[in-house]
Design a protein around this ligand. Structure first.
Ligand code: GLC
Ligand code: CA
Length: 560
């Protein structure tokens, strides 16, 4: 496949939790029918791919990441026929669909685990999971959900052995040493490809294999198995995207991004650096992190989230340096009780103290840096969170559609709702919702739509090369994205203080420059080019002329 054909390069991904998005049958729980009815909104916004958190049957002890049947739909969400209708509708709106696929573990209620417990020790059925007679194995693997678990081993009274679980004790790890397990998971991939999905977010990929004396992350056997998945996907002949969820430093996460392995991987280290930069007003470490991420194979791409359905993961000094964690702790609004496991359990808007300028700046960077921008549902409105709910539920509350009852999410009586809609001061759904913001030209929602419209006209932001510019100001990040059709300059002020500065544009000496978002002409490029950026301000400029004919023929979506 040529680089041009990689639809995922720079694609705008919208992550949503189907249970919290829209309730179609009035039982208080979001479902596929409700989601299908909202596709027009996503298309209007400019979304190119929808990533659904797990939709499979599950006891929901970990938001559906605890699966009991990989080849079916959770009955509360609908059924396979409803999924088919959703998929056809999404495709007819020009949007792709990415499923979350949990390879590492199942629910303890999965029939495979129930069979394993009762099967004789050492049998193939038992060895579908990872067992041990004592808890001394794999001691160097950190406990990830440290608010909920103190060990990666749990005693099973039926099996009379301990089983290994990197996440909750209700999520036993599959044993990838067992070829039967590998084959089953490859069949799951085939199953959904045959049903027409366009990609998979592979959950918790670093943990598939274990090895004594290591953190049990990203082992070479794990990479070999991922290459088998890639081979299966390629054999389908369809352009299926594979994205790794690997909360690892860039030099380890980039190992998934090679031509015969996965196409995408989240850059969680960069996410943390973006927050550290806005928290401290300094771009110093951020620009290093951006440069560090540049070397990936041509068909591959980073996926860039700001927030997602988990806590903002900062880790134990492994993902980013202690200095970055300190910057975030010192400068971001966190409120009480928002530390969970290894991170901060808040939505974007409250983390940024409800400041829409900061929200716009963070997204503007997401929309201009190389990679697939991943927008978390509700963040386009500046939705808030509900402190006090358990685990990561504060960030998973219903989407706010209208100022009417339940924010238009569901017609069910309040006690039946999957989670309470936000009525917290400053974030009340009666004010912060799609319907109201659509009507207000200056709203955050209309700003997002405008930015995504502009971005579609600037293919260099989607697939262009990246060049960091020397900036004379410690708070201003300046870089250029260019491809064969155009050169786009981006400058962003990560500080709350407005600032002016000079950029050295001598490489483009004498070229015309135009600000794109508002359409203002600027002086010709020179070695001392003056700009002013207000508090958390940013801009996109075109340098030189644009090859319009080439832009049109490269456009992924016609402008709507
Ligand atoms: C991933 C998911 C998270 C889940 C965990 C275990 O990190 O994003 O929500 O709890 O995997 O499946
Ligand atoms: Ca429902």
């Amino acid at each position: 496949m040529s680089e041009k054909d990689c639809w995922w390069k720079g694609a705008i991904v919208y992550q949503l939790i189907p249970r919290s998005f829209s309730d179609g049958n009035g039982d208080g729980i979001g479902d596929l029918q409700g989601l299908t009815s909202r596709l027009g909104y996503l298309r209007w916004l400019g979304v190119e791919a929808i990533w659904l958190t797990p939709i499979y049957p599950s006891p929901l002890q970990d938001g559906g990441y605890d699966i009991t049947d990989f080849k079916n739909i959770h009955p509360e969400l609908g059924d396979l026929a409803g999924f088919h209708r959703f998929l056809i509708a999404a495709h007819s709106h020009g949007m792709r669909v990415i499923l979350d696929l949990v390879l590492n573990h199942t629910s303890h209620l999965h029939p495979w685990f129930q069979r394993a417990r009762w099967a004789p020790k050492g049998s193939t059925e038992r060895e579908v999971y990872v067992w041990s007679d004592d808890r001394s194995r794999y001691r160097d693997a950190p406990v990830l959900f440290r608010n909920f678990e103190t060990s990666n081993w749990e005693w099973d009274d039926v099996a009379k052995q301990y089983y290994f679980h990197r996440f909750l004790r209700n999520q036993p790890d599959l044993n990838y040493e067992n070829p039967w397990v590998q084959e089953q998971m490859l069949e799951v991939v085939d199953f959904w490809i045959q049903r027409g999905v366009d990609g998979f977010r592979l959950d918790a990929v670093p943990f598939l294999f274990e090895e004594e004396g290591t953190r049990c992350e990203g082992l070479k056997e794990t990479h070999s198995f991922l290459k088998k998945i890639r081979k299966r996907v390629d054999e389908s002949g369809k352009d299926i995207l594979l994205i790794a969820e690997a909360i690892q430093p860039v030099n380890e996460a980039s190992k998934y991004l090679v031509n015969d392995e996965l196409h995408g991987a989240f850059n969680f280290a960069l996410t943390a650096h973006l927050f550290a930069a806005i928290a401290s007003g300094s771009i110093h470490l951020l620009s290093d992190a951006i440069c560090e991420a540049q070397q990936v194979a041509p068909e591959c791409s980073w996926a860039l989230p700001l927030r997602n359905h988990d806590e903002l993961w900062l880790g134990d000094g492994h993902l980013v340096s202690e200095e970055v964690v300190k910057m975030i702790r010192a400068g971001l609004h966190q409120g009480h009780g928002h530390w969970l496991n290894w991170g901060i359990n808040r939505r974007l808007a409250p983390l940024l103290n409800g400041d829409p300028r900061a929200n716009r700046l963070m997204h503007a960077l997401l929309y201009s840096l190389p990679g697939m921008p991943c927008l978390y549902y509700g963040d386009e409105l500046g939705m808030g969170d509900w402190p006090g709910l358990r685990d990561r539920d504060p960030n998973r509350t219903p989407m706010a559609w209208t100022p009417l009852r339940n924010g238009g999410f569901s017609s069910a009586p309040d006690p039946l709702l999957v989670l309470p809609p936000i009525t917290a001061p400053g974030y009340d759904y009666r004010v912060i919702n799609v319907e109201v913001q659509k009507e207000l030209p200056g709203s955050l929602l209309n700003w997002h739509r405008r930015m995504l419209t502009c971005r579609r006209l600037l293919p260099a932001l989607r697939n262009g090369d990246f060049q960091l510019l020397e900036s004379s100001h410690p708070s201003v990040l300046a870089f250029v994205r260019s491809n064969e059709t155009m050169t786009v300059l981006v400058a962003a002020n990560l500080s709350a203080a407005g600032t002016s500065l000079y950029l050295d544009l001598s490489q483009w000496e004498g070229s015309r420059t135009r600000e794109v978002i508002w359409g203002a002409e600027y002086p010709q490029a020179n070695d001392n080019w003056f700009i002013y950026l207000p508090s958390y301000g940013f801009s996109w400029w075109l340098i030189g002329e644009v090859d319009e004919a080439l832009v049109q023929s490269n456009s992924p979506m016609k402008d709507s």
